[in-house]
Design a protein around this ligand. Structure first.
Ligand code: NAD
Ligand code: ZN
Length: 341
């Protein structure tokens, strides 16, 4: 089968011929229809420090996907050949305390599809049946292929009550933009989103942000004055991983505010803890998606009218994957879809 793999410990990704993987008793074999390129795939492509420490070579990468079940392990029940699926990219251990308590998203031994085990940039992939999410008929493969990052957005956006609240989202990457769409859809009042990239801010505005702020030109304090927000934001979703965005956010959040942190800072990051203390803030770290509550919420949000389509800005046939990686790396895109059919 065709597979896109990290074959060498240097920048790049290569199309290769790999054997169709064999399934274990508890696995299914998925024929991949669509995949999407994640920021993580870009890090692995560029072969940054994190990738060098984390990803064994050779490795088939990719973890944003949707496809159909074409083979089923003998212990698997509840699925049929032909089922349309996406699936959770964190494969959990099942025996740690959190797994046994049903809090599998907090598994301390989770293994990443396309990072630590063969991924979805291939014509076929195996996955434990536990990880599958069966797709409602009305959700097309290309939308389901971005359920992994959409799930990051939904998990973060639903971490605190945002109904009627003023929400700040720092970072209008694909995940920040989808989070803006979600909080707007479920009834936030002001949805202010920051970035330094005008292309992405324009996309955020199209998808539900009520105010976009290019922090290289505008100050958040001025925007708040414009919006008559005298006290500050009630909820902040940190989706940039950029230290200056984090310190600014601590200035503009109201007392008693809630912060959900998704963005991953490149290195250890200092903040002014006195603001956390004297403002009585609550900070929650977010990793991945809740299994599988976030997945049900994603499907239901789309079924209740949330339009995610604008976030998909580019589509390529798999043989043109280099173009896909190029666009994704340019910053002038939302999600980029690769078609394996
Ligand atoms: P992304 O890199 O596309 O988005 C980050 C955005 O932040 C970019 O658009 C960038 O221009 C913007 N930015 C740069 N400087 C800024 C500033 N000063 N203020 C505001 N924004 C600024 O990434 P993404 O795929 O949308 O993911 C968002 C973040 O979440 C990344 O840090 C990613 O590593 C992280 N992430 C975390 C998890 C998790 O499970 N915790 C999962 C996926 C991604
Ligand atoms: Zn576990």
């Amino acid at each position: 089968m065709k597979a896109l793999a990290k074959l060498k410990a240097e920048p790049g990704i290569w199309m290769t011929d790999a054997p169709i993987p064999e399934i274990g008793h508890n696995d299914v074999l998925i024929k991949i229809h669509r995949t999407a390129i994640c920021g993580t795939d870009m890090h692995i492509y560029q072969w940054d420090e994190w990738s060098q420490k984390t990803v064994p070579v050779p490795m088939v990468t990719g973890h944003e996907y949707a496809g159909e079940v074409v083979a089923i392990g003998q212990e698997v029940s509840g699925y049929q050949i032909g089922d349309r699926v996406s699936g959770e990219g964190h494969v959990t251990c099942g025996h740690c305390r959190n797994c046994r308590a049903g809090r599998t998203h907090l598994c301390r031994n989770s293994v990443g599809v396309g990072v630590n085990r063969p991924g979805a940039f291939a014509e076929y992939m195996t996955l434990p049946a536990f990880n599958l999410f069966k797709l409602p008929d009305e959700i097309p493969f290309e939308l389901a292929a971005i359920f992994d990052p959409f799930g990051n957005a939904v998990h973060t956006a639903l971490s605190f009550d945002v109904v009627g609240e003023d929400v700040l989202i720092t970072g209008a990457g694909p995940i920040g933009i989808m989070a803006a769409a979600v909080v707007r859809h479920i009834g936030a009042r002001h949805v202010v989103i920051t970035d330094v990239n005008d292309y992405r801010l324009a996309l955020a505005e199209k998808m539900g942000a009520t105010r976009t702020v290019n922090v290289s030109r505008e100050h958040l304090q001025d925007v708040m004055a414009d919006l008559n927000m005298s006290e500050g934001f009630d909820v902040v979703l940190e989706m940039s991983g950029v230290p200056s965005a984090v310190s600014e956010m601590l200035d503009v959040i109201n007392h008693g505010g809630k912060i959900a942190m998704l963005g991953i800072p490149p290195e250890e990051m200092a903040i002014d803890w006195t603001k956390v203390i004297f403002k009585g803030l609550t900070i929650k770290g977010i990793y991945g998606r809740e299994m599988f509550e976030t997945w049900y919420k994603m499907a239901s949000l789309i079924q209740s009218g949330l339009d995610l389509n604008p976030i998909i800005t580019h589509r390529f046939k798999i043989d043109d994957f280099e173009q896909g990686f190029e666009v994704m790396g340019s910053g002038q895109s939302g999600k980029v879809i690769l078609d394996w059919t």
